[in-house]
Design a protein around this ligand. Structure first.
Ligand code: ZN
Length: 282
């Protein structure tokens, strides 16, 4: 297991942590300002959301690289299944791949969406998801982009996800069986899984991203009350050990949706706290 106690070059910022330009969230810093602030603190990389990038993918990617950091990934495809699938799903999904390619992001995250509208449960939804990920994977391959299926905490079932565990995501990943499809592991979504270590071991070589935050003991909002690393009850070191035992050596991205706490603070303070917590608690 890597030692981060005096080296945070493996630290990446997911811009959701600063509010990622959501209406009314965060300080509204431009991507360039966030990049410069991360580079000044020795972060190794950064992950953006599509809404921040718009038509400027290449320029923003160049700014990251010129600052000495890596673009680690892009969030995310549109939902591929469920009620909120866009009408032109193929066009929009391919456009998200194109944006990742222009940005220079090696990984595009997939949050799947929920149960398909004319169905119940998951079996038919999983079949359609497998088909849609397969179709997107071949296009993504042509653009040198990998796709990471991210399982979500089961409370997001219904409308946001049909994958609840690392094991679920790996099942779809194996069914698709494409060289550029893997999984993303997010502490917020997997910390509770008592079989996590076994599932991660089975995902050897398929882990494309590791997302850090903490689970607050008394969470107040299922989407927007993530904790800073060290403030909650997730066993961060044990999870990272299992992730690294499964072969992951990439950057670790901090992704904290926190409407009432971290989004209200000065981004400079948030970035400083992250460095200290990353070294001490992750
Ligand atoms: Zn995540």
């Amino acid at each position: 297991m890597r030692d981060f106690s005096s080296d945070h070059s493996a630290l990446a910022l997911n811009t959701a942590t600063l509010g990622h330009n959501l209406e009314g969230a965060g300080a509204g810093w431009s991507p360039e300002r966030v990049i410069d602030a991360c580079a000044a603190r020795g972060y190794g990389g950064i992950v953006f959301w599509r809404r921040e990038i718009d038509e400027r993918a290449y320029a923003i990617g160049e700014h990251v690289r010129a600052s000495g950091m890596k673009v680690v990934g892009l969030c995310r495809t549109p939902y591929l299944v469920g009620r909120e699938v866009p009408a032109k799903i193929d066009d929009e999904a391919r456009a998200s791949v194109d944006m990742a390619a222009e940005l220079g992001a090696p990984v595009l995250t997939i949050v799947t969406g929920g149960t398909e509208p004319d169905t119940k449960g998951f079996s038919e939804t999983h079949k359609r998801l497998t088909d849609r990920v397969s179709a997107l994977a071949s296009y993504a391959q042509s653009r040198n982009v990998a796709l990471a299926l991210e399982p979500l905490n089961p409370m997001f079932g219904g409308n946001r996800t049909c994958l609840f565990t690392v094991e679920d995501a790996l099942t779809i990943c194996n069914a698709v069986n494409a060289p550029n499809v893997g999984i993303a592991v997010d502490v917020y979504h997997v910390w509770w899984d008592t079989r996590l270590a076994q599932s991660l071991a089975a995902a050897r070589g398929k882990i494309l991203g590791y997302h850090l935050c903490d689970w607050l003991e008394n969470t107040s909002h299922m989407l927007l009350d993530r904790g800073m690393m060290g403030d909650g009850v997730a066993d961060l070191k044990a999870i990272r050990r299992a992730v690294e035992d499964a072969g992951y050596q990439g950057l670790c991205e901090v992704e904290i949706f926190s409407a009432e706490n971290w989004w209200k603070r000065d981004p400079a303070e948030v970035l400083d706290v992250i460095v200290e917590r990353f070294r001490r608690t992750c």
